[in-house]
Design a binder for this molecule. Structure first.
Ligand SMILES: [Ca+2]
Ligand SMILES: [Ca+2]
Ligand SMILES: [Ca+2]
Length: 229
């Protein structure tokens, strides 16, 4: 008698069901892992951008001999945009070519850079002793309606629009779909209030932006460790 026999259709079906369940179970953690990796990569890109901005200020002297920060890139060529001694706009892309940095976050979109005008003038530079103050504010909710509960008077804010990319400028220079949630709209209006909060929510409550900044105290200490001229 031949003891060998193939699988019956029922046995094959059971195996397929088990494999499908296993694959599904593996897929979700994998997707989540990739997402966490993208967030970590983007945080690293933002940290490098902070260092590069400080490095730029340390190596550039305005007309008065003091350091100054680069202007945002407002025409998507990666180079800072200036008019006379100041910036064309105080919010735009991080000028990745000027700084020699990665041009995109982990999702393939530009990093947004907001700088206080007085810190990016190349005739009168940054003067820590002159009472200079940043004009960006960071809050945990839009409008800073519950008060400025995270940071005030910030000269530099850097922002990734996160995995959803709402409001971001893509690598091809296209502005993506505008955000629907008040907190993400706050980060997309080109003005000086920003929201930083843990990711979460859906629809009109969705938030996945990653925001970082350089306080004046840190900027002053880093660009002029021995005191500015
Ligand atoms: Ca430019
Ligand atoms: Ca977002
Ligand atoms: Ca805003």
């Amino acid at each position: 008698m031949n003891a060998q026999r193939g699988f019956t259709l029922i046995e094959l079906a059971i195996v397929m069901v088990i494999l499908t369940i296993l694959a599904g179970g593996l897929l979700v953690p994998l997707t989540r892992r990739i997402e966490v990796q993208h967030i970590e990569t983007t945080r690293k890109i933002l940290d490098e951008a902070r260092d590069a901005l400080i490095g730029f200020a340390m190596s550039h002297s305005a007309g008065d001999g003091r350091p100054y920060l680069p202007c945002p890139d407002t025409n998507d060529d990666g180079l800072e945009d200036r008019t006379d001694d100041g910036c064309t706009g105080t919010s735009g892309n991080l000028p990745w070519v000027t700084l020699g940095l990665a041009s995109m976050d982990a999702w393939g979109n530009r990093i947004t850079y907001s700088v206080t005008a007085a810190f990016a003038k190349n005739d009168i530079g940054i003067n820590p002793g002159g009472g200079m103050s940043g004009d960006n504010r960071i809050c945990s909710a839009a409008d800073c309606s519950a008060g400025i509960d995270i940071a005030d008077a910030i000269p530099v804010v850097l922002l990734s629009h996160g995995a959803n990319g709402y409001g971001a400028v893509s690598a091809s220079g296209t502005t993506l779909t505008a955000p629907a949630s008040a907190n993400e709209i706050e980060n997309d209006d080109g003005a000086t209030d920003f929201v930083s909060r843990p990711p979460g929510g859906e629809g009109t409550a969705e938030f996945d932006d990653i925001v970082t900044w350089i306080p004046s105290s840190v900027l002053f200490a880093r660009i002029c460790p021995g005191g500015c001229p």
